[in-house]
Design a protein around this ligand. Structure first.
Ligand code: SF4
Length: 326
């Protein structure tokens, strides 16, 4: 939960999660849908899916207990090199290295390592250094100290070198290069994702669809949506998706959100559909009419939750027939 999220924000989610899934077995027994529902609001839902999948592997192959070495941990869903190193060293006292952003910055300065974040040769060198350094007593404490040093003293801008406990052996400090190492990561161009979103409501229920497990927003519930290519007509696309049975109203809401790697635009249209649903559209594993209150318990991205709240606060939208735009 703490990956990409601050401690203060995580605490109530953590407590709620443990109350609902107090053991690895309880988590493994739950459906992924339930887990995503309890995770709702934390974002980065892949973490929840991996946590759930890892719990199942632990129950099936490890009698519900975590392996205590890096290789065993890395075989679990969601355990990359960093997480496996953190758990093996902190929980099991293994001499396992870890390199996160803070550690990478500290080591880059201590040893005056060239290269920008993302540079493969630099990363290999950092991991090799971390592997050597962690050998000895209390490897878990050592790793935590390194991370803490990066978080509190050797900060990205204006490191507090005067108070630094390893100042005497820091090459960047000696050469006055602590402000230029490491150089900033090259930013990849941001992607834009524009979705035509269908709001269908009837008798206090709203039509929601659940995405397939893999990919962006995998496994989450949402208002049925389809991606629009640049310049593509949203109205025409929805018409193609739902066919003649649907009555599509004029655009009622445009919501823009900035995600980690992309800009998201939701364009919401009211769509009146017959109650009996056919096969869900491509990319979804199921869709159904959900009571409006129940929508608050399902795993849903915060962008889609906001769109739903703004488009359908208390009452069903009025759907007017409009001419198809030219
Ligand atoms: Fe970072 Fe300065 Fe300490 Fe070097 S001396 S590790 S640059 S805080």
């Amino acid at each position: 939960m703490l990956q990409q999220t601050q401690v203060d924000r995580v605490i109530p989610y953590f407590e709620r999660f443990l109350a609902r899934f107090p053991t690895v077995g309880a988590l493994a027994d739950a459906s992924v849908e339930d887990v995503l529902g309890v995770w709702r609001g934390l974002g980065y839902y892949t973490r929840a899916r991996n946590l759930h999948a890892a719990a199942r592997v632990l129950v099936e192959r490890h009698a519900g207990r975590l392996p205590d070495d890096v290789d065993g941990l890395r075989a679990l869903p969601g355990f990359g090199r960093y997480t496996a190193g953190a758990v093996a060293s902190i929980a099991f006292g293994r001499e396992a290295p870890l390199v996160d952003g803070n550690v990478a910055r500290v080591l880059s300065r201590l040893f005056e390592i060239e290269g920008a974040p993302g540079d493969k040769a630099r990363e290999a060198l950092l991991w090799a250094l971390a592997t050597e350094l962690v050998k000895g007593e209390r490897p878990g404490d050592f790793n935590q100290s390194l991370m803490e040093l990066g978080a509190t003293v050797c900060t990205p801008s204006s490191p507090t070198c005067l108070l630094c406990p390893v100042r005497a052996s820091c090459r960047a400090q000696a050469s006055g290069r602590q402000g230029e190492l490491p150089p900033p990561r090259k930013q990849a161009p941001r992607k834009r994702l524009e979705l035509a979103v269908a709001l269908s409501a009837r008798d206090g229920n709203v039509l929601l669809a659940r995405r397939a497990e893999r990919g962006l927003f995998g496994g989450l519930w949402e208002l049925p949506a389809l991606p629009l290519a640049a310049g593509e007509n949203a109205y025409a696309s929805l018409r193609e998706l739902f066919g003649k049975r649907a009555t599509i109203g004029p655009e009622m809401l445009v919501l823009e959100r900035t995600l980690t790697h992309r800009d998201l635009v939701l364009r919401v249209f009211p769509v009146a559909l017959p109650p009996r649903l056919k096969t869900p559209p491509g990319g979804y594993v199921e869709w159904r009419w959900v009571p409006r209150e129940e929508t608050r318990t399902l795993g849903m991205s915060s962008a889609m939750e906001t769109a739903l709240d703004e488009a359908l606060p208390t009452q069903s939208p009025k759907v007017r027939k409009t001419k198809r735009p030219k």
